[in-house]
Design a protein around this ligand. Structure first.
Ligand code: MSP
Length: 586
C-alpha cells in the first residue's frame, strides 16, 4: 500500500506543485469506511474476582481501536463500543457461595469495580451490559427460541469433564491427575490447572457438528476474519478435527444461577451461550434496530476464549440465521515473572495501583506499546518506568519543551515556514537552502505516518503504530539536535527564517504525533495539542495535513499564538516516586 494511492483530487493538501516526492493528504478520503457504521466489543468480564491488568488490557485495545476509528469517522452516530460483566454460571455461583454472599451481592460488588476501573482508565464505551439485566434475559431467550424453532436443539445425555473455572467441558486429552495440598489425587485441566468434575446429565444439545463446513467456508472466504493471522490459521486447524455437538444447558438443580430455558425451568442456559448473546443485546436485539449494527462488529478477545468466539459463536449465529461477526481481533496474555497471574500465586497486578503510580495516560501507553497480540508479555514495574521516562518524558516531552520554551521561541507563536530555506525539491543548492537529505527523510517519514498508523490499527498491531510514532519522535529530536536552534539568532536576518523553519517543522511533527496519540493517551495528547494551539475541530484524521507550506498550501497555524504553558508534558517517574525506591530494595 502506498500513500500516493490515497491521493484524491479534492484534498486541499497533498498533491499540487512541489509534491512529487512527498505527500501529506488527509487520511479519511481514501478510506472506504466513511459513513459506514462500526461496533466494537470487549469480552464481558467474569465477576468472580476483582479486575487485573489483563482485563484492562483487553478493554484498552478495544478502546484504542474505537477511538482511532472515531478520529477517522467523527460522526458520533457511526461508532458503538460495548463492554460489561458476565455474571451467570457455575463459576460465579461457587465464588459467591465461597464468599458467603448471595450471587447478586457478589455481582453488584465486582461489576461496580469493573465499571469504576474502566471509567478511571478512560474506556470510552457507549454501553456497559450486565448479563443479569432483564433486556439480556429477553435477548437470550429469544435467541434460544430461534435455535429451537430451526431444529438445532435436541435433548440428550451429555457426559464429560466439566471445568467450572473455564466454564466448559474438556476432552479427556486435556485433563490430567494431580495431588492436591492434602495429598489426595484429583483431576485438573491440563492447561489451566483448575479442577474438573465428571458430569453426566440430560441437557439440551446444539447441533454444532452441522456447522463445520459453513465455518470453514466463512474463514476461507474471508482471510481477515480473525487477526492476527496465526489465530485465523489455528481456528481453521481446529476445524480440521471432529466438531462434536455442544451441550447448551445444565440441570437447574446443579446450576440455578442463570437464565432458565424457555418452557423448561428444570434446565438453565449454558453460560457461554448466555454471555455471547450480550453482543446482540447491546444493539437492541431482538428489536429490528440491531440489524443496522450487525454484522459490522469487531470483537476484541484474549486468545483463551478464541474457540468460543471463532467457532461456537459464529455457528450459533449461522444457526439463528445471522452472519458471523465482521472481525475477531485476538490478543495474548500478560504474565508476571513469567507466570500466569492468579490469586493463589499472589502475583495479581492491581490496575488501579498502576493507574495511580504511572498516571492513566502513562499506563495506557505502556500496556498498548508493550503488549504484542501474537505473544505473551511479561510485566514488571521497572519496565514501565524505563519506557515512560524515555519515550514520553524525555523524547516527546523534551521535544515539545525544546520548541516552545521561551528561550528559543520568545514570541510564543507558530513560526513561519521559509520555502527558500527548505524547498520542496530535495537536492537544490543555493545560498539560502539549509535543509539536508535527512530533513527530507524526516518530512517523508512523518507525512506517511498517519497511513502507516492506520494500517497497523487495521491489522490489530497497535504496538507497531506506537513504535512508528516513537521512531518519528526520535527522528524529529535528531532534526532539532542537528540544527540546534538554540545556536541560531532571531535578530540575525540570515538565521531568523531558518530558525523559524526548524521550529515550524518540529511543531508540525508534534501536531501529527499529538493527533495520532489521541486513541492511546487522550489527556496527554490533549495537553500537547492545546499547547500547540490546535483547536478541538482540528484534531481529526480527516483534517490532518502535515506541513502544508512545504507542499505549496497555506498553513492555518503559521503565526498563531501557542496555547498556554501548562508545565511538563509527562514528568519523569524515576526520581519522584518513593514506592519505586521501595520496589528496588525488595
Ligand atoms: N466471561 C468470559 C468472556 C465472555 S465474552 C462473551 C471471560 N471472562 S474473563 O474475565 O475471564 O476474561 C476477560 C478477558 O480478559 C479475556 O479476553 C481474557 O483473555 C482477558 N484476560 C484475562 N487474563 C488475561 C491476562 N493475564 N492477560 C491479558 N488478558 C487476559 O473469559
Amino acid at each position: 500500500k502506498t500513500w500516493m494511492a490515497g491521493f484524491h483530487p479534492q484534498n486541499r493538501c497533498g498533491g499540487g506543485a512541489g509534491s512529487r516526492h512527498y505527500s501529506s493528504g488527509p487520511l479519511g478520503a481514501r478510506d472506504d469506511i466513511r459513513g459506514a457504521r462500526a461496533f466494537f466489543t470487549t469480552p464481558i468480564f467474569y465477576v468472580n474476582a476483582a479486575p487485573h491488568i489483563g482485563h484492562l488490557y483487553s478493554a484498552l485495545l478495544a478502546d484504542a481501536l474505537c477511538r482511532h476509528r472515531r478520529l477517522r469517522v467523527p460522526s458520533a452516530a457511526a461508532t458503538r463500543f460495548s463492554t460489561g460483566t458476565d455474571e451467570h454460571g457455575l463459576k460465579i455461583q461457587q465464588a459467591a457461595a465461597a464468599a458467603g454472599l448471595a450471587p447478586t451481592e457478589l455481582c453488584d460488588r465486582v461489576s461496580a469495580q469493573f465499571r469504576q476501573l474502566f471509567r478511571e482508565a478512560g474506556i470510552s464505551s457507549t454501553d456497559f451490559i450486565r448479563t443479569t439485566e432483564t433486556r439480556h434475559r429477553i435477548a437470550v431467550q429469544h435467541f434460544w427460541g430461534l435455535l429451537k424453532a430451526r431444529g438445532l436443539l435436541y435433548k440428550g445425555l451429555y457426559e464429560g469433564w466439566y471445568c467450572a473455572s473455564e466454564e466448559c467441558f474438556l476432552p479427556e486429552a486435556k485433563v490430567t491427575r494431580q495431588s492436591d495440598s492434602s495429598g489426595d489425587s484429583c483431576h485438573v485441566s491440563l492447561e489451566s490447572g483448575h479442577p474438573v468434575s465428571w458430569t453426566k446429565e440430560e441437557n439440551y444439545i446444539f447441533r454444532l457438528s452441522q456447522f463445520r463446513e459453513p465455518l470453514q467456508r466463512w474463514l476461507r472466504g474471508d482471510p481477515q476474519a480473525i487477526a492476527p493471522e496465526p489465530f485465523h490459521r489455528a481456528v481453521l486447524q481446529w476445524l480440521e478435527e471432529e466438531l462434536p455437538d455442544l451441550s447448551v444447558s445444565r440441570k437447574s438443580s446443579h446450576l440455578h444461577w442463570g437464565i432458565p430455558v424457555p418452557g423448561d425451568d428444570s434446565q438453565t442456559i449454558y453460560v457461554w451461550l448466555d454471555a455471547l448473546v450480550n453482543y446482540l443485546t447491546v444493539i437492541g436485539y431482538p428489536n429490528a434496530e440491531f440489524k443496522s449494527w450487525w454484522p459490522t462488529t469487531s470483537h476484541i478477545i484474549g486468545k483463551d476464549i478464541l474457540k468460543f468466539h471463532a467457532i461456537y459463536w459464529p455457528a450459533l449465529l449461522l444457526g439463528a440465521g445471522m452472519s458471523p461477526p465482521h472481525r475477531i481481533y485476538v490478543h495474548s496474555h500478560w504474565t508476571v515473572c513469567g507466570q500466569k497471574m492468579s490469586k493463589s500465586l499472589g502475583n495479581v497486578v492491581d490496575p488501579r495501583t498502576c493507574l495511580d503510580r504511572y498516571t492513566v495516560d502513562g499506563f495506557r501507553y505502556f500496556l498498548l506499546r508493550q503488549g504484542v497480540p501474537n505473544w505473551d508479555c511479561d510485566y514488571y514495574d521497572e519496565k514501565v518506568v524505563k519506557l515512560l521516562d524515555s519515550e514520553l518524558a524525555d523524547a516527546l516531552g523534551g521535544l515539545l519543551n525544546r520548541c516552545t520554551a521561551k528561550r528559543i521561541n520568545p514570541s510564543g507563536t507558530y513560526p513561519v515556514f521559509c520555502t527558500t530555506c527548505f524547498p520542496s525539491e530535495p537536492g537544490l543548492v543555493g545560498p539560502s537552502v539549509r535543509a539536508q537529505a535527512e530533513d527530507y527523510a524526516l518530512v517523508n517519514a512523518v507525512a506517511t505516518l498517519p497511513r502507516q498508523v492506520a494500517d497497523h490499527y487495521d491489522n490489530f498491531q497497535i504496538y507497531k503504530a506506537l513504535e512508528a510514532v516513537s521512531s518519528c519522535v526520535r527522528q524529529t529530536n535528531g532534526f532539532v539536535q542537528r540544527h540546534a536552534p538554540w545556536r541560531l539568532n532571531w535578530e540575525s536576518p540570515v538565521d531568523a527564517p531558518w530558525l523559524g523553519t526548524v521550529l515550524h517543522v518540529a511543531l508540525e511533527c508534534l501536531r501529527v504525533f499529538g493527533t495520532l496519540l489521541q486513541p492511546v493517551t487522550p489527556s496527554l495528547a490533549d495537553k500537547l495539542l492545546s499547547r500547540l494551539g490546535v483547536s478541538a475541530t482540528e484534531r481529526g484524521l480527516g483534517e490532518l495535513c502535515f506541513l502544508p507550506r512545504f507542499y505549496g498550501h497555506p498553513c492555518p497555524f503559521e503565526g498563531r499564538r501557542l496555547g498556554p504553558e501548562t508545565g511538563l508534558l509527562f514528568p519523569r517517574l524515576d526520581q519522584s516516586r518513593a514506592w519505586l525506591v521501595k520496589a528496588h530494595r525488595t
